[in-house]
Ligand binder design. Structure first.
Ligand SMILES: CN1c2c(nc(N)[nH]c2=O)NC[C@@H]1CNc1ccc(C(=O)N[C@@H](CCC(=O)N[C@@H](CCC(=O)N[C@@H](CCC(=O)O)C(=O)O)C(=O)O)C(=O)O)cc1
Ligand SMILES: N[C@@H](CCS)C(=O)O
Ligand SMILES: [Zn+2]
Length: 781
């Protein structure tokens, strides 16, 4: 048995430096690559990751390299490894996701993730306060568990054969249960955490199998222990952790255990439970979290001090990180080693790919590979003393000073504009008065139908954009492709019979990146991909300076689309909070101030859209819930500045301009007051995967604005039937005042293909017509 390595990372990007896994997955789903071909591609990527991390300085045979790949999602992997598959997927027959041996087949794995004709997919939601999405375990009181270590054990063995001793990574039992939702038929009050007793023997089997496969250390991730935003309370989570790690720690046949608590500080009770547990190492997040209390239980443990940021890209203050390491040494642990605050899965691979960025900006950055280098530098400092790494510490300090002094980081005109804001700048006429004025102008039918903005981003569009970006197509030719696409999308919506149209967003590579490309203060990357879910990735923009809008951004596309139809076409913008949430934000200015800068740029854009004759403007804020701090004491302040930023962006609009907003993947209970606070006229939300629960919540809260509860799930290629959509609409129409209800999919259609999109929207319009017929005139009073 080896000691814990001097330096490690908790995880590494999983799609590959050129998104090799994305391409293989999508080829497999499209029937162009068989299962063996997909497995080969995934194996080659794992092999590359191991040797690459070793080349970057992590020890090859000392368990420093995490075995943390996934074909789709780490929570889904834990569901499969523990056999926690909901019974709705396992009824015997051709639609079961299980193979003959009772394990989940490869096809079954993807059915759980993406759904099929027979099965709606598992719900997907945000992983803590990140833009990564995991699949939500769905558990019933009689849930069966069954250890299936095959995939992870095979990877450990595969690493051994390659000459590596790696450290398998698994979502821990407390987090797996804490993130689960009760199955639809579970009795009221059922808590998934109550299944811990039955789940632990399964983890015990997994640990023993991983040991047998050759693992010396196993990493169990327990981020639930830092969150105060889950159904279980911190005290319940800490008690579960105490029980889990007493049991798992006491096992004889097991590898050594590293338990991690990324994304913040564990609660005091959780920290007490973990330090008292018979496990060999604890990893803490010292970027978002702070130094915990010294604890006697640390005396026989290694403390992996997560001083290297796994969430943001700023090269940062390496000398301060070293100071924190030295401070961690006073907590009483047997050893302190260097780690990342979280998995590096939230970062792009390397700044070396960013040859088109200003080299000065590049010198301020560190992506995943540069973070690994920081880990190995700091580990060397711990081993050999500060003087041994003085040159690296000084270089990082110099980069910080260079950044602080650079042009554009602080722009006086931008600061003066935010400083001059007054409370009146976020007020509109009262909503009920606006509603009357807007209905006069818009003359919409009851249950107006619309979409969320994007239409399928076809291969042709993406190729045209890529050719334009590479200089192989002229701007004129590219824009002609966009105009043709907009005309086609408008024609299609007219044909299907939707009431409020959209232009389809064909000009956007991404709803945040597109705006970042048109705002001063942002830079964008060429290859800075970060996995968002499954095979999908985004390139978060780099927000490095004060933000302003040099010219209108969306106006000419909206104006063109509107010129093609008598119906209203919505202007379509991304809100300030979402622009921040899906970018790498600056660490040298309060987020609230940055949000105001972005909001003012959007306010100017809305004024220009209005001047161009656009009557409805949607400002998307799907990330409003995502940025909610995990700690309860920080939530109020966040909700204040985030809501005010949205209002600042939209409150300049005339009363007759209808402001829509859109949110997806939210647990709305928590932010319902905030949604009301946004003061939008219409809000469209995700509600399909969570089976209308949101409708009941909104009704109970007396939500009194326009509301479009997503009528079907766009994250799955499955086409909803007319009956299914009609049922959801009927539910909404029964529970909410009819005048308030809008009909729309639950998110944009950009990830879908046209055949399923046309079928689904046709069913949506048919279902609306059917429900409209059943509505009596009384209901309209
Ligand atoms: C709505 N969501 C979003 C989130 N975050 C964002 N930043 N944006 C979002 O829309 N978070 C929550 C949700 C769900 N998340 C996602 C995330 C990602 C996607 C998605 O579809 N991503 C696409 C990539 C989109 C993109 O930026 N495309 C660019 C580049 C296209 C490209 O890959 N080009 C090729 C060359 C083209 C060719 O020859 O084929 C290349 O560079 O190699 C573009 O269109 O220009 C993805 O495929 O992962 C959806 C929801
Ligand atoms: N308007 C965007 C919102 C996605 S959250 C779209 O339709 O894709
Ligand atoms: Zn959405």
């Amino acid at each position: 048995m080896t000691a814990f390595p001097a330096g490690t990372v908790l995880g590494y990007p999983r799609l590959g430096p050129q998104r090799e896994l994305k391409r293989a997955l999508e080829a497999h789903w499209a029937g162009r690559l068989d299962a063996a071909g997909l497995e080969d591609a995934a194996r080659a990527l794992r092999a590359r990751t191991r040797s690459h991390l070793a080349a970057l300085g992590l020890s090859a045979d000392g368990s420093a390299i995490p075995e943390a790949s996934s074909l789709y999602d780490q929570v889904l992997d834990a569901i499969v490894a523990t056999g926690a598959v909901p019974s709705r997927f396992t009824a015997p027959g051709p639609d079961s996701v299980l193979d003959a041996d009772g394990g989940v087949s490869l096809a079954g794995y993807f059915t759980l993730a993406r759904g099929s004709e027979a099965h709606p997919a598992l719900e997907m939601t945000k992983w803590f306060d990140t833009n990564y999405h995991y699949l939500v375990p769905e558990l019933a009181p009689d849930q069966a568990f069954r250890a299936d270590p095959s995939r992870l054990a095979a990877q450990v063995a595969e690493a051994r054969a390659q000459g590596f001793v790696t450290r398998p990574v698994l979502v821990g039992p407390v987090t797996l249960l804490a993130l689960a939702k009760p199955a639809a038929d579970a009795p009221e009050g059922f808590q998934p955490l109550s299944l811990l007793d039955r789940l632990l023997p399964v983890y015990a089997e997994l640990l023993s199998a991983l040991r047998e496969a050759g693992a010396e250390w196993v990493q169990l991730d327990e981020p639930a222990l830092v969150s105060e935003s889950l159904d279980a309370t911190p005290a319940e989570l800490a008690a579960a952790a105490a029980q889990a790690y007493a049991v798992l720690g006491a096992l004889e046949a097991r590898a050594r255990l590293l338990v991690t608590t990324p994304y913040g500080s564990p609660s005091e009770a959780a920290w007490a439970a973990l330090t008292a547990a018979p496990v060999e190492a604890l990893a803490i997040d010292l970027v978002r979290g702070s130094l915990p209390a010294a604890a006697p239980g640390l005396a026989d443990k290694t403390l992996v001090a997560g001083v290297v940021d796994g969430r943001n890209v700023w090269r940062g203050d390496l000398a301060a990180a070293f100071d924190t390491l030295e401070a961690a040494a006073s907590l009483g642990a047997a050893a302190v080693t260097v780690g990342t605050s979280t998995s590096l899965q939230h970062l792009p691979h390397t700044v070396a790919d960013e040859t088109a960025l200003d080299p000065r900006l590049v010198s301020w950055l560190a992506f995943a590979d540069e973070r690994v280098a920081q880990v190995t530098t700091l580990a060397r400092g711990l081993g050999e003393g500060r003087a041994a790494i003085a040159a690296e510490l000084d270089a990082a300090t110099a980069a910080l000073a260079d950044r602080a002094a650079a042009d554009g980081v602080r722009v006086e005109a931008v600061r003066a504009r935010t400083a001059a804001l007054t409370p009146a700048d976020i007020e509109r006429l009262p909503a009920h008065e606006r509603a009357v004025i807007q209905q006069d102008r818009l003359a919409l039918p009851i249950l107006p139908t619309t979409t969320i903005g994007s239409f399928p981003q076809t291969a042709e569009l993406r190729i045209a954009r890529a050719q334009h970006a590479r200089g192989e197509a002229t701007t004129e030719a590219y824009e002609e492709v966009l105009r043709l696409e907009i005309a086609r999308v408008i024609g299609l919506q007219e044909e299907i019979g939707l009431d409020v149209l959209v232009h389809g967003e064909p000009e956007r590579n991404d709803m945040v990146q597109y705006f970042a490309e048109h705002l001063d203060g942002f830079a964008v990357t060429r290859n800075g991909w970060v996995q968002s879910y499954g095979s999908r990735a985004t390139r978060p923009s780099l927000l490095w300076g004060d933000v302003s809008r040099p010219a209108p951004i969306t106006v000419r596309w909206a104006e063109f689309a509107q010129s093609l139809s008598e119906k209203h076409v919505k202007g379509m913008l991304t809100g300030p909070v979402t622009i921040l949430a899906w970018s790498f934000v600056r660490d040298d200015l309060a987020l609230g101030e940055t949000a105001r800068q972005v909001a003012l740029a959007l306010r100017d854009e809305i004024a220009d859209l209005e001047a161009a004759g656009i009557a409805i403007v949607q400002v998307d804020e799907p990330a409003l819930r995502e940025l909610l701090p995990l700690r309860a004491d920080a939530q109020e302040e966040y909700l204040r500045w985030s809501v005010d930023a949205f209002r600042l962006a939209t409150a300049g609009a005339a009363p007759e301009t209808q402001i829509h907003t859109h949110l997806c993947y939210s647990e709305f209970g928590v932010v319902l007051d905030a949604i009301r606070g946004l003061d939008a006229d219409v809000t469209s939300i995700e509600a399909a995967r969570s089976r209308g629960e949101v409708i009941a919540e909104l009704a109970a809260a007396g939500f009194d604005r326009g509301i479009g509860p997503g009528a079907y799930d766009i994250h799955s290629p499955r086409v909803p039937s007319t009956d299914e959509v009609a049922a959801l609409l009927t539910l909404a129409a029964e529970q909410l005042p009819l005048r308030q209800v809008w009909v729309n999919p639950d998110c944009g259609l950009k990830t879908r293909a046209y055949p399923e999109t046309i079928a689904a929207l046709t069913h949506l319009v048919e279902a609306t017509a059917r429900v409209r017929e059943t509505v009596t005139s009384d209901a309209l009073v």
